[in-house]
Design a protein around this ligand. Sequence first.
Ligand code: SF4
Ligand code: SF4
Length: 154
Amino acid sequence: MPTFVRTDKCDGCQGRDKAACMYICPHDLMRLDRDGSETGHAMKAYNQEPEQCWECYACVKICPQQAVECRHYADVVPMGASVQPLRGADSIVWTIKFRNGIEKRFEFPTRTTPEGSADPYGGENEAVMSEGKDHDTLFTKRTHSCDMSQFVTG
Ligand code: SF4
Ligand code: SF4
């Protein structure tokens, strides 16, 4: 189900050239109504074509004001409940509100390196494409043996 913007929370990304939700949407759906001529809400963002929304949650996660929410399918998130993320520099917190008022939070790490850095080879040798496309050069070889018993509980 598509996203919508809470006008009481959106601050228009403080008038920056491109609002965060506009920048991140892979389908170019989010717009900032600078003068209010399109929605009646000046300096508020909106989803200009909700039926085209992929529900990818990118705009929901990036909004610094938590102003973008998603309408969920009722069988997953019933009326009155909500699922809202809050991104940090190295983790994301999901707040789940149940329709009976119970609230739970789940925090997950999102990085293995400090923000702004990457370790693309993860300790492996750099891929040499000229050597061909065998498993070793493309990192698709199996490097760990997996003990499935570790996933079985009870
Ligand atoms: S990212 Fe959030 S605060 Fe910024 S314009 Fe979009 S909805 Fe508003
Ligand atoms: S959920 Fe994804 S596709 Fe939909 S408006 Fe947000 S960023 Fe765009």
